[in-house]
Design a protein around this ligand. Structure first.
Ligand code: SF4
Length: 508
């Protein structure tokens, strides 16, 4: 067996993170294409079509499927007899270096999303390091590496509990999934870790998400053991909730449910669940001393022949002249195509705006929200002749606590983001006769093609969190909370839950 070189690890990790930024795993594409065929909810079907179209565009353009290019998670199985050829760096440092090179690649620069000093300054580390690395030391002379790029929207929805040994795990999952909202960009997977201790259950849940989607095969052959029975039960019960793609209501919320278990204390039943989103990204490779690993790109035939197009009855909106009166006519669930100028802002910009207004300083020169819309987004930097990199919406609930302030103190007319709004934001929207529009999370490259120009107008030092002004053409969005406060994330799942209860759910 040949010795493994330091550069083999670095190059392979860098290549793998580049690869997963623009290639979905084939099993995910297949499962999503099947969900598209089966979907009966028009809104959910449209969202899935956008995600599939975006996936194919990303593969062709070799640009990220999502603007959140993720936190680097790496599972390493290190052979006890591995020999190194002149390695000077620790293995973890090789992995961090691979991540650094992947995220700063000039041809496909990925978004650096990692901040240090998380409770205080939250300064961006600028190269997406450090990675989160999990080791297992195993017999043999190879290194098996699995890399994943985990988006914040889905990671934020992770849940943990310690059940009584006699409690139903499935009941707990079915209770917590609706509480996750749609910020995890369903349809995706649920990874469940059971047993061990609190931290072991969490790692098992994450590791289970590295497995291929095979629920349809499992349903055809039938469960062969208790864990497989539980997987099928949870899959069916969660989909019967009617949450649907992007939380709009529909038949498919999860494409698969994975479970990994481990022995635990007689008094305990620790359970962790972590969702994986529309940007399911992971790859696996083995280093055996024969050089760096090059992953095989998918074939164009791996993608279904689905091309998303805006429906003919979509309403075109001129953002440069839109009025509150027009906004009040928009109906929940209606598709709009936005045209004109859109300001952006997310967590850090909202905090700055709040502090500036509270101090009496006012907004920075050139920032005027009067009669405008804000888009919650942190885009990827452009490469080549792009005006902006992938620029899909971020989870709107994080901006809920700023919504009343923005609507009452800046003259803002509406917001664009992803997933549901909470009660505080909905109340503010209703009070100010504003509106909340939803773009599809996980369709970031497709959305970016609607952006004709982009310029930073304030807070440039915040990087992707700066305030930009986009000029958009036919950017597709759905009216998610209308000016009367009706939310499609409440009405959609309710409707589809009752429809599903009345129709026989066909297995596989
Ligand atoms: S698909 Fe949604 S949850 Fe996943 S990384 Fe993108 S924005 Fe985040």
């Amino acid at each position: 067996m040949a010795a493994i070189k330091q550069d083999d690890v670095i190059d392979s990790v860098a290549d793998a993170f580049q690869y997963i930024s623009y290639y979905h795993p084939k099993d995910y594409i297949d499962a999503l294409a099947l969900a598209y065929e089966r979907e009966e909810s028009p809104a959910a079907r449209d969202a899935i079509a956008q995600i599939l179209t975006n996936s194919k565009m990303s593969a062709q353009g070799r640009r990220p499927v999502c603007q959140d290019t993720g936190l680097a998670v790496v599972f390493v199985k290190l052979g006890m007899d591995v020999e190194w050829s002149g390695a000077k760096m620790a293995l973890s440092d090789m992995i961090h270096e691979g991540v650094r090179r992947a995220y700063m690649h000039p041809d496909n620069t990925l978004r650096a999303s990692v901040v240090q000093d998380p409770t205080n300054t939250r300064l961006n580390t600028k190269d997406n390091t450090p990675a989160i690395i999990h080791y297992d030391v195993v017999p043999g002379n190879k290194i098996e590496i699995t890399v994943a790029a985990k988006g914040g929207g889905s990671e934020n929805k992770a849940k943990f509990t310690t059940l009584m040994p006699s409690d139903s795990l499935a009941d707990w999952i079915v209770d917590v999934v609706p509480a996750m909202g749609a910020g995890w960009c369903p349809p995706g997977m649920l990874g469940i870790g059971v047993g061990g201790t609190a931290e072991k259950a969490m790692i098992l849940a994450k590791e289970s998400l590295m497995e291929s989607i095979d629920m349809q095969t499992l349903k055809v052959k039938g469960p062969q053991n208790k864990i497989e029975e539980l997987r099928v039960e949870i899959y069916d019960r969660v989909n019967a909730l009617g949450i649907g793609a992007q939380g709009l209501g529909g038949l498919t919320t999860v494409l698969d449910v994975k479970i990994k278990d481990y022995p635990t204390h007689a008094a305990s039943l620790p359970v962790a669940v972590i969702p994986n989103c529309a940007a399911t990204r992971h790859a696996h490779f083995v280093l055996d001393g024969s050089g760096p690993v090059a992953l095989t790109p998918p074939s164009p035939d791996d993608y279904p022949a689905i091309e998303w197009r805006a429906s003919d009855d979509a309403r075109r909106v001129d953002l440069n002249s839109v009025t509150a009166e027009e906004v009040s006519n928009w109906k929940p669930g209606e598709t709009l195509l936005l045209n004109g100028k859109l300001l952006t802002g997310r967590d850090a910009a909202h905090k700055r705006i709040k502090d500036l207004l509270a101090s009496g300083e006012g907004l920075p020169e050139g920032v005027n929200f009067e009669g405008r819309f804000i888009y919650y987004v942190g885009p990827v930097d452009p490469v080549g002749d792009e005006v902006v990199g992938p620029a899909g919406p971020t989870t709107s609930t994080r901006m809920d606590k700023f919504t009343d302030m923005m609507l009452s103190e800046t003259g803002l007319l509406g917001m664009v983001g992803k997933a549901e709004r909470g009660p505080v934001a909905i109340e503010a929207i209703k009070k100010h006769k504003a509106v909340y529009l939803m773009a599809v999370g996980g369709a970031a490259y497709l959305v970016s093609k609607a952006i004709q120009s982009s310029r930073v107008v304030a807070f440039a030092e915040l990087g992707m969190e700066a305030i930009y002004e986009f000029d958009v053409r036919d950017m597709p969005v759905t009216v998610a909370v209308d000016s009367c406060g009706e939310s499609v994330h409440q009405t959609g799942p309710k409707l589809w839950k009752s429809k599903i209860a009345q129709i026989p759910v066909v297995s596989a």
